[in-house]
Design a protein around this ligand. Sequence first.
Ligand code: ADP
Ligand code: ZN
Length: 734
Amino acid sequence: MPIPDLAPLLKQTFGYDTFRPLQREIMHATLAGRDVVAILPTGAGKSLCFQLPALAREGITLVVSPLIALMKDQVDALVASGVQATFLNSSLEGIEAARRRSGLEHGQYKLLYAAPERVMQPDFITDLQRWNVTAIAVDEAHCISEWGHDFRPEYRMLSQLRDHLPGVPFLALTATATEQVRADIIRQLHLRQPEVFLASFNRPNLSYTILPKAKSTSQVYDFVRQRPDEAGIVYVQSRRSAESLAAALCAEGVKAVAYHAGLQPHERAANQDAFIRDEARVVCATIAFGMGINKPDVRYVIHADLPKNIEGYYQETGRAGRDGLPSDCVLLYSRGDLVRNLKFLDEMTDAKAADIAARQMRMMADFAEGTECRRVSLLDYFGEQWPGDNCGGCDICLQPRETWDATTHAQKLLSCIFRIKQKSGFTTGLNHVVEVLAGANTERIRKWYHDQLSTYGIGKDTPREEWAALGRQLIRLGLIETSQDNFQTLSLSKTGLATLMNRTPVMLTRIPVVAKTSTSSTSSTSTAKVAKAGSIACDEALFTELRALRKQLADDRGVPPYVIFGDTSLRHMCRTYPRTDRDFLAVPGVGSQKLADYGTAFMGTIEHWLQTHEPQPFTHEAPPPPPPKMKSESGVNGSAMESIRLFIEGKSVQQIADQRSMSRGTIAQHLAQGIVSGSLQADPRRFYTEAEESLIREAAATHGHERLGPLHEALGGQITYDKLHAYRAFAQRK
Ligand code: ADP
Ligand code: ZN
């Protein structure tokens, strides 16, 4: 069967002009009859990957979906776009169920949604065989895997569909990227030589900020108050915190609800519904709140407590900004949260599981304390390399941290560890080392005579938290090693010892010391300054008006507001002020059905608005979403060419940087592009000395050269980034 041109169908039904990355490829593969696994992050547009092909092919597509709420929302949205879709589940009254079944018998639907336990009932399978099922989409396919976070044993039965519906292609979709889960999906569903599509897990419209946690309630309130019209989720650790935070916000006049597993099912449903229907602005939730939410306009996710692992953090922050508009992810971090989380593990009986959990918690804390771009660190966790250098959307990249000469401090700390071991013959934890530096009078210090050490009290002038933070930084740099047991006692690594003996300079990035409880929450306000790349400027007053109209239409029809139109569509209307069908159809997200159903109402309101307001001028095109910062095909862009030209003329990196008013790092990146692509033949000696080169090589042997952050840290910050850029470029060319 030739594959139909999908673009007109995309425009007519869904109102979109272009496909998102991989959508077209996935659709072509499934329409060609292949089994497909699609692993795309949240918000990438997975649903369309089976919805549009369903319209393009004969028969009906069966969609297996884990939650009733998800099915209902998707079907509502499809029906609003004029697609014949329905679902069957236990929530339906007898008459309604009979009506739908009759429609299915008569081939009236293009998509049928059902939960796995229903699908596997023997009667239902016989029905499916009659209903001309021509494709099966398995949504949230990670539910099939015990390695995933939402394991559903019923998903395991789905492979039997293969026998009952031979020849029908499967399309499995998930946002969970791990190798184990992917392998499990393929094996458990009995997929046949599936085509696997794996998208980048970068979420370009999300910005990541990590702030020292002080008084989290007022920090959250400060943030929420600055966004009176925006919806957000605040994740907390416990049911009690969810309740108390929601109550505190309500007391300040913010419409907030709580969500956690301890609520009665009807309360939970009501609170979730209030959020989805734009009646509650903020949900204060435990991690129980999640998969059922496909509200596309969640503008921020705040973690008021430390998540237990990076995967969870990524999935939870991922619930922001599904619609592609800029959204903020804020984590309030305190070391105390890690300590508390670790303490909970003491109650676990399974030692191995506790061990894994502890490691994951430490990785999460390392991420929060890290000094490298948040996006780079996150993507690195998923084995992805971020190609640019400044992501422009995280606290690190937006407010570069200052570096400082930590040599003296490092010397004191390293020698204190060294002296303790020398005197006592055993090693101690970081807290004790800090106490010795601070000259404290503790029982242990007296018992072990550590007040007689030459390092006793030499760190009085620096606050203890700073010593502790420095200690952790030196651990991450590999100058200090910690014992593998739970005591985490400290000793010097080989590099640490060499650093101490040779007084090697140590340059470090300054980490803001975690604020003490009583400090004011002014720091939280800085999050408001996070850049809004990709936002769609529009007539905000009209936007408010259209939102009210949307809400009213949604309530009349008993659907969530976003089913009528997403914010992207409304914002476009508030730029172009459409008053004809043609103009209205040009708005992204407006297909022929929505024009027919809502065109009059929206164009009428706009018309009316313009009788008393001047239209604001906007350049005709809205800015495209923030481009993924990829290199151009040849690997070299115009600005880079200019730097390369100057370099060939004989100018040094510093001279080019001065001349072009750019940082050395940027110039080095330009030159690196040239080196990798082969357009610049340069001598490494123009970048670094032979001695430096062997230092870098040695560090790269253990840390690799793909990611410069760890390499930079491993070298104690001695080798500047511009040199590392050049080094990596030469290595990559080879
Ligand atoms: P996922 O299931 O991957 O999290 P969804 O299927 O919910 O993502 O899609 C996220 C949002 O993106 C939805 O609002 C959807 O309408 C929108 N969308 C999907 N494909 C496109 C496209 N090609 N152009 C514009 N918007 C799209
Ligand atoms: Zn960044």
